[in-house]
Design a binder for this molecule. Structure first.
Ligand SMILES: [Ca+2]
Ligand SMILES: [Ca+2]
Length: 228
């Protein structure tokens, strides 16, 4: 009987020990999983459930990288500032790819780079020397500009006219540019002319130099500046 009691005590003790041991193991397990942020370092942020919640301006798993809001932004004609495109003059749209139609185009230079050396009949523009060239620009039937003439021009040379500024306000309207030979007291000779639309399109990139005409006929090179 006594032996049996001792055995019972021993078994009980064993059970208790096993129970305690198992409990303490559970405690160990629960303590290691209770703080998911225990081993997480957030350089510029706060750990939440084991993941770094970065402060504004930082990114990356540990918030150590500077977050560039412009990293994925492309500004076609502009500069990204804080994730938003700041468009160059004359452009609009989220990525600055849309052109703004100018309110005015200023022609600040006119160069004649070609004209026929003779009249179509083969005779000289002037009997004894070269033609005295000048140009005119029209908007429809309205004369916008008539230049002074450059004397005795040579068809193998380029001629630059000095103009302060010829303002074109009807930029999408069809204009005309003509070249003439000035003849004192006589009717001036028409040398050639071409239609042109000063602002030809919404994707032309605002060229500052525009060629009008043909190198086998009369050819003008206009210098533009744009006003919006
Ligand atoms: Ca002449
Ligand atoms: Ca003449």
């Amino acid at each position: 009987m006594k032996t049996l009691r001792n055995l019972e005590k021993f078994i009980l003790l064993c059970l208790c020990f096993m129970l305690l041991n198992s409990c303490s193991k559970d405690d160990d397990n629960s303590s290691s999983s209770s703080d998911p942020c225990a081993n997480i370092t957030c350089v510029n942020g706060t750990c939440v459930n084991g993941v770094c919640d970065c402060d504004e301006g930082y990114t990356g798993a540990d918030c150590s990288e500077v977050d560039d809001p412009c990293a994925t932004i492309t500004c076609v004609n502009g500069t990204c500032v804080n994730g938003v495109c700041d468009c160059d003059e004359g452009y609009k749209g989220a990525d600055c790819s849309d052109q703004i139609t100018p309110t005015k185009i200023k022609i600040t230079g006119v160069k004649v780079t070609a004209f026929p050396s003779t009249k179509s009949s083969g005779s000289n523009w002037d009997s004894f020397d070269g033609p005295d060239i000048y140009f005119e620009i029209y908007n429809g039937t309205t004369e916008l500009y008539s230049s002074g003439y450059l004397e005795d021009a040579d068809a193998t040379q380029d001629y630059t006219f000095t103009v302060s500024s010829i303002d074109i306000t009807d930029v999408t309207a069809e204009h005309t540019i003509y070249l003439y030979d000035y003849d004192s007291g006589l009717g001036d000779d028409y040398m050639g002319g071409y239609y042109f639309t000063p602002y030809s399109g919404s994707t032309n990139g605002f060229p500052t130099s525009v060629s009008i005409g043909s190198s086998s006929d009369v050819l003008f090179e206009l210098t533009y500046s744009y006003v919006w």
